[in-house]
Design a protein around this ligand. Structure first.
Ligand code: AMP
Length: 593
């Protein structure tokens, strides 16, 4: 069977895939699947394509061409050294590089290709893309829309009518398409977008934020120096990507400027929550496009079977949250958002070559993994709130961190109780393990605790909790964290957790779904502290319950019930009374064991 290349010729990056032995294979060289869509000349005039060209861009913009895709189909030309090139010629250099990569890796020259283009590309732009392919020595057997290609990787049941919303947020462009798949026919029902919106804009906002802070401190605007500006821009792009995984990042650049002969270093910590406030209004714009695309396709959100993410910037956690909230359903990013367009093009190539292909299989988390905390459940503050850390359908391996904070002054312990499931109330989810971080600094409430989840391909989850201010750290490894939720365990899990009233508690970080003012926020600090201590006691009591004899267990249950009722009534006097009694019994039982 002949092989046809599937090529995603992107604005920022390009990728090539093929079907090999019935499976999709993204062609990787030097450990990299992505080829930056950048072409340049080195100081000696030799051609550079991909990473080497990308790396010299900030230093030699006159010898480097980026984002040529934006010019496809126009009469514009670009200069490179002393030569002038058309957009088709620059694109042809990128395509030829990918063709040669395929030849090196497969050991044979492949000339047929399916190339993808944005759904909004007009005829001239498509024609220019075809011409670029021909200049690169390719026989372009088909040009297909990017959302169509992405949809093909999610086509799990070819006989079923499937409607997908493909949300594609790249470096420089955003588009959203409603795609319908039925009996092997793929149709783009509607498409909307903004050709000037993407991850580059997020970099710009973050750079301004960092430069403003530096200027406040040192009275120097780093944006005035092209070299400093490009260094900051590169650093904030890396920081932005890291913020998709971590709750905090540091932006550090040494010797970035000089004042009165003294070198100045840049060192700024950025919280994900601050970054999210910066980009939220841009993401709001994308949601308006989503509404427009749905209305053009005459569909409601609940008629969409799947929401699929494409493009590097779609990995931003806030994108997931906002879309999920707007559309009221989980979103899918199981197939790598950077690679799925090229993979879909390869599937299309396989179909043209007559292959019978199944759906793309990837390793994903079947359930959301997170921790228990105090937060909002159905608008009411609860001790049973589930704070997701790794969302369902995330491709593996996956690493994410979130920030939480202590609930009362002087809190010296937090419980990290890990759950899997989709319910906002942990009592309806499955407990998978837990541990405590003890010996926290004696500070006011709001002491920040970073919780990090690292989940590998074998389903082994490492949970790490760190007190941000001191670096105090504890971790736990849980095997088989992805085991399926067993419904027969559901009721017993619920009963067990009902009995075990919250552990030593922490509150959710800066999560948007949490109402601004909660009833508990108004509690006097002393009462909060009393409740916090009572909860610690309840945790201890519940631990001892398992080993207590029948009579002691009965007494313990009774006292636990009294203390829980007192906590619920928010009566400091009753809490203290019940705590004293329970404390005596805990003391006695601890001594006895
Ligand atoms: P694309 O045009 O699809 O290749 O997307 C490139 C854009 O995605 C650039 O702005 C990257 O900085 C951004 N990007 C890549 N990975 C991530 C990530 N993990 N989180 C947020 N943005 C990312």
């Amino acid at each position: 069977m002949e092989t046809i290349l599937g090529i995603d010729l992107g604005t920022t990056n390009s990728v090539v895939s093929i079907i090999r032995d019935g499976d999709i294979s993204v062609l990787e060289e030097d450990g990299r699947k992505i080829l930056p869509s950048v072409v340049g000349l080195d100081p000696e005039g030799s051609l550079l394509v991909g990473f080497p060209a990308h790396n010299q861009w900030t230093l030699a913009p006159d010898r480097t061409v980026r984002s040529i895709k934006r010019k496809m189909g126009s009469d514009d030309t670009v200069n490179l050294g002393d030569q002038t090139y058309t957009p088709q010629e620059i694109s042809a250099i990128i395509l030829r590089t990918l063709k040669e990569r395929a030849k090196r890796l497969i050991g044979q020259d492949i000339s047929k290709a399916v190339i993808t283009v944005p759904a909004f590309f007009n005829e001239q732009q498509r024609e220019a893309t075809r011409e670029a392919g021909e200049l690169a020595g390719l026989d372009v057997v088909r040009i297909i829309n990017e959302p169509t290609a992405a949809s093909l990787t999610y086509n799990t049941d070819p006989d079923k009518l499937l409607r997908l919303l493909v949300y594609d947020l790249g470096g420089g462009t955003f588009d959203v398409s409603i795609v319908q798949l039925e009996q092997g026919v793929v149709e783009v029902l509607s498409s909307h977008g903004d050709t000037q919106l993407g991850g580059d804009d997020f970099d710009q906002l973050l750079m301004d934020h960092v430069c403003d802070k530096f200027q406040e401190e040192h009275d120097i605007d780093l944006r005035q120096s092209p070299t400093s500006k490009s260094r900051v821009l590169k650093a904030v792009e890396e920081a932005k990507i890291q913020l998709s995984f971590d709750a905090y990042v540091n932006v550090e650049e040494e010797f970035i400027a000089e004042k009165a002969g003294v070198p100045l270093h840049l060192k700024i910590e950025i919280a994900r929550s601050d970054y999210e406030s910066l980009i939220e209004s841009l993401l709001d714009k994308t949601l308006v496009c989503v509404d427009e695309a749905l209305s053009d396709a005459k569909l409601k959100a609940n008629q969409i079977d799947r929401v699929v993410l494409v493009g590097g910037a779609s990995r931003t956690p806030l994108v997931h949250r906002m879309l999920q909230e707007q559309l009221g359903q989980p979103i899918h990013a199981e197939v790598d958002p950077d690679l799925c367009v090229s993979m879909g093009a390869a599937i299309q190539g396989g179909l043209i070559a007559g292959l019978d292909l199944g759906p793309v299989l990837v390793d994903i988390t079947p359930h959301t993994l997170g921790v228990q905390c105090i937060g909002s459940v159905d608008g009411i503050r609860s001790h049973y709130c589930f704070a997701p850390i790794i969302e369902r359908n995330t491709a593996l391996p996956a690493s994410r961190s979130e920030v939480f904070s202590t609930w009362y002054d002087g809190q010296d312990i937090v419980a990290i109780d890990v759950f899997q499931g989709e319910d906002r109330d942990v009592r309806h989810d499955e407990a998978v393990g837990g541990f405590k971080l003890e010996g926290l600094a004696d500070v006011k409430q709001g002491n920040e605790i970073l919780v990090r989840f690292d989940l590998d391909l074998d389903g082994i989850l490492t949970v790490t909790a760190v007190e941000k201010a001191t670096g105090l750290e504890e971790d736990l490894t849980i095997d088989n964290a992805m085991s399926r939720f067993r419904s027969d365990n559901h009721e017993s899990a619920k009963a067990r957790l009902d009995a075990a009233f919250a552990d030593a508690e922490m509150v959710e970080g800066d999560q948007p779904q949490q109402p601004a003012a909660e009833p508990d926020d108004d509690l006097p600090p002393e009462l909060k502290q009393t409740i916090g201590k009572a909860n610690e006691l309840l945790t201890q009591a519940n631990r001892l319950l398992a080993d207590a004899n029948e009579r002691d267990a009965e007494d313990m249950q009774e006292l636990i019930g009294q203390l829980q009722a007192a906590i619920q009534a928010r009566s400091a006097e009753d809490i203290n009374d019940a705590s004293a009694k329970l404390d005596d019994l805990v003391f006695y039982l601890q001594d006895a064991t």
